[in-house]
Every structure is written in structure tokens, then in C-alpha cells.
Design a protein around this ligand. Structure first.
Ligand code: UD1
Length: 372
């Protein structure tokens, strides 16, 4: 059985790592890792390979940054050549980035079955590029591996047959649980002069937040207020750094005395920072899940989330992007300690095992790997 695993952007790396590790235990499986090159900086890609023990990609498509259409098309053209040469039995895609959709679409058009890991998440907000990627990838994938019960419901509502839906848990949490101890051994806090429990972590990169002057200015104003009460550390995504400069807000934020801006951090330092934080402010999807497992209060600076289980069962609160609301919610956490939360079902570190067991069982039973 020959499997191609696909990665493109930073959050794909934490999701694919446990699957690659699990597959490597089966000598009957030949696996190849393809990196589209959607993310390419050392601190957005290579550092995660080193820290997560991922093997070097077997094939690198080197696509880089471009508009959505150009990037998606470039991945498709390059990946088609790979599929024609390699003829895998299955392509595994994870998450919701442009590379996820591009590779799934290329594979199904060549009649190669696709497994989508982290299927069924829906924000019901089609202005998000990721929502389009999620809906379309799920519509064409043969195997839909889900991380929560609401994802199963979303897929059923869209008419996906039960036989394609596999509730396996959360691969990103597999990676977190596997590396947490190692992350906590690091001297991250000392390097940034932070004290556990006395700082907040900020991340921002959603186009709806950082591409628009009013939204970005509102969030910067909120941070300016919060840092009067709590030291903040802000590892900055390249899109955000670029836009703060373009929109004339870079000087405002760098003048804030209690905000430390850093380059994007590696997996272990960032996990250490989250684990010891009083509070996390973010517009990331994965961080909503990670803070739920770490028991750290998370404020999601978006109008919605595709991960409602982190709100219902975890430590997440969706606060939107209104300056006043963000400040009030942050101060409330400082006063009360914030939500406690519990671990969602099957976020137990064994999702990749369930995925691989499901795929190999089908192969053993001599079912055609395509489900139809
Ligand atoms: C992408 C994903 C998003 C994911 C995020 C995680 C899509 C549509 N978006 O958003 O879902 O949450 O990754 O980080 O797939 N850049 C660099 N170095 C890099 C990569 C990007 O400087 O290694 C800069 C470039 O200026 C680029 C910009 O960041 O134009 C945006 O990169 P892109 O991959 O298009 O989208 P992200 O905002 O990173």
C-alpha cells in the first residue's frame, strides 16, 4: 500500500506528524511526504520538521506565496505530476489550507482515493477561505476522519454517507500530548523574561482581522489596554507583521511597553508559552483546541468558530473583534481565572492510531480503498 501524505502550511505539520509516525510502524505501507511549499520560512516550516521528528519531505513542490487562485493552481499542477509518477493508493490531506483542497482535488480527478483528517469542521462563514477549503475537501474525499461529534453532524447534514465518516479524535492533540513534557523543560520563559501565570499570549493572522485597517487598529487598541494589566507576548505571523507596517500601525504596537513582539516561534517554545500563560488571545483554530487541553483560558478574536466543542466543553470563549468586548473579557479572566473546561471525547493522544487502524483494516479486508 502506497500512501502520499501532504503538508503545505504550518498547522499541517503538527497534524501529519503523528500519522507519519504511526504509519512507519507498518512495513507493508510505503509512505511519501509531499510538502507543497505554501509555507517556506524556516520558522514557519523547517523548525517544525526538526522539533516534531518529521522526516524531510520526499518531494517538495516549492510553490510559495501567491493569490488564492495562483497558489491553488500551482499546487495542483505540480502535485498532478507527482501523482502520475508515484501512483499512490491513497492521498492523506489534513486541515483546511489551500494546499489541502488543491491536493485533494488533484487526486480525486485522477481517481486516487483521498482521506481528509480533521473533516467536518464548519464555521458557517463562507467569507473565510478555510471554510471554502473545508466544505470542498469534505465533498470530494473518500475517508472523512473527524475530531468531534459536531463535525459528524455537519457531514451528515451535508448528505455524506455514514460509511465515510470516522470519528477518531484529534491528531493535533496527539502531537501536543506527545511533546508537552519536552516543551515544559525548555527555558522559554527565562529567555523572554516572563513569569508563569503572569502574562498573556497573542496570535493573529486571519485576513479578516489583519488585512483590514479598522479591524487591526481595533485589536491593537484592545491590546494597548490589556497590557496595562497583563504583560503580553505576541509571536507575529508574517502576514500580520507585513500588514501592521503597510497600514501604519507598526509603531503603535511596538511603542507599547508591556508587549513583547517576537518572530514566529517553534512548536516547543510556543507550547511552553501557552502552557504557562494566564490567558491566550488568538484567531487561530488549532490554538483554541490546544488551550482546551492545557486548561488555559482562550479568547477567540473572531465572530465565530468552526470548533464549538472548545467553547462548549473547553476553555474557549468567542469574543469577536470589538475592542471593548475583548478588553472586558480579558479583565474578567484576570479577576476570575476563566473557564475550567474538560477534555473532549477522544482527544486522548490516540487519534493517529485510530486513523491508521481504520485504513489498514480496509486494506486487510481487501476492500477497495475507495469506499464506493
Ligand atoms: C495560511 C492558511 C491558514 C492557516 C495559516 C497558518 C490558507 C488559505 N490559509 O494562512 O488557514 O491558518 O496559513 O499560518 O491556506 N509568508 C511568509 N513566509 C512563509 C509563509 C507566508 O512570509 O513561510 C507571508 C507571505 O507574505 C504570504 C503571507 O505570509 O503572502 C500569507 O501566507 P499564506 O500561506 O498565503 O496564508 P497564511 O496567512 O499564512
Amino acid at each position: 500500500m502506497k500512501i502520499i501524505n501532504v503538508v503545505g502550511a504550518r498547522p499541517n505539520l503538527m497534524k501529519i506528524a503523528p500519522i507519519v509516525a504511526e504509519l512507519s510502524a507498518y512495513p507493508q505501507v510505503q509512505q511519501l511526504l509531499v510538502h507543497t511549499g505554501q509555507h517556506y520560512d524556516d520558522n514557519m516550516s523547517a523548525i517544525f520538521f526538526r522539533e516534531l521528528g518529521l522526516p524531510e519531505p520526499d518531494i517538495h513542490l516549492g510553490v510559495g506565496s501567491a493569490s488564492h487562485a495562483r497558489q491553488t493552481a500551482a499546487v495542483m499542477v505540480a502535485f498532478e505530476q507527482v501523482l502520475l509518477q508515484q501512483r499512490p493508493d491513497l492521498v492523506v490531506v489534513v486541515g483546511d489550507v489551500n494546499s489541502t483542497l488543491a491536493c485533494a482535488l488533484t487526486a480525486v480527478k485522477l481517481h486516487i482515493p483521498v482521506a481528509h483528517v480533521e473533516a467536518g469542521l464548519r464555521s458557517f462563514d463562507r467569507s473565510m477561505p478555510e471554510e471554502i477549503n473545508r466544505v470542498l475537501t469534505d465533498a470530494i474525499s473518500d475517508w472523512l476522519f473527524t475530531s468531534c461529534a459536531d463535525a459528524n453532524e455537519n457531514l451528515r447534514r451535508e448528505g455524506v454517507p455514514e460509511s465515510r465518516i470516522f470519528f477518531v479524535g484529534n491528531v493535533m492533540i496527539d502531537t501536543l500530548l506527545r511533546h508537552r513534557d519536552r516543551a515544559l523543560e525548555r527555558d522559554t520563559l527565562r529567555r523572554y523574561d516572563l513569569v508563569a501565570g503572569y502574562y498573556g499570549v497573542v496570535t493573529l493572522h486571519r485576513p479578516s482581522n489583519v488585512d483590514d485597517q479598522d479591524s487591526l487598529a481595533g485589536i491593537v487598541n484592545a491590546l494597548a489596554e490589556i497590557q496595562n494589566h497583563l504583560r503580553l507576548i505576541f509571536p507575529m505571523h508574517p502576514r500580520t507583521r507585513h500588514n501592521l507596517q503597510e497600514l501604519g500601525l507598526a509603531d503603535c504596537i511596538s511603542a507599547l511597553p508591556n508587549v513583547t513582539i517576537t518572530e514566529p516561534l517553534g512548536y516547543l517554545d510556543f507550547l511552553n508559552l501557552m502552557s504557562n500563560a494566564r490567558l491566550v488571545l488568538t484567531d487561530s483554530g488549532g490554538i483554541q483546541e490546544e488551550t482546551t487541553i492545557l486548561g488555559v483560558p482562550c479568547l477567540t478574536l473572531r465572530p465565530n468558530t468552526e470548533r464549538p466543542v472548545t467553547v462548549m466543553e473547553g476553555t474557549n470563549t468567542v469574543v469577536g473583534t470589538d475592542r471593548q468586548r475583548i478588553v472586558e473579557a480579558s479583565l474578567h479572566i484576570l479577576q476570575t481565572g476563566g473557564k475550567q473546561g474538560r477534555r473532549p471525547a477522544l482527544w486522548d493522544g490516540h487519534a493517529a492510531q485510530r486513523i491508521v487502524a481504520t485504513l489498514l483494516k480496509a486494506e486487510l479486508n481487501d476492500e477497495h480503498i475507495a469506499l464506493d
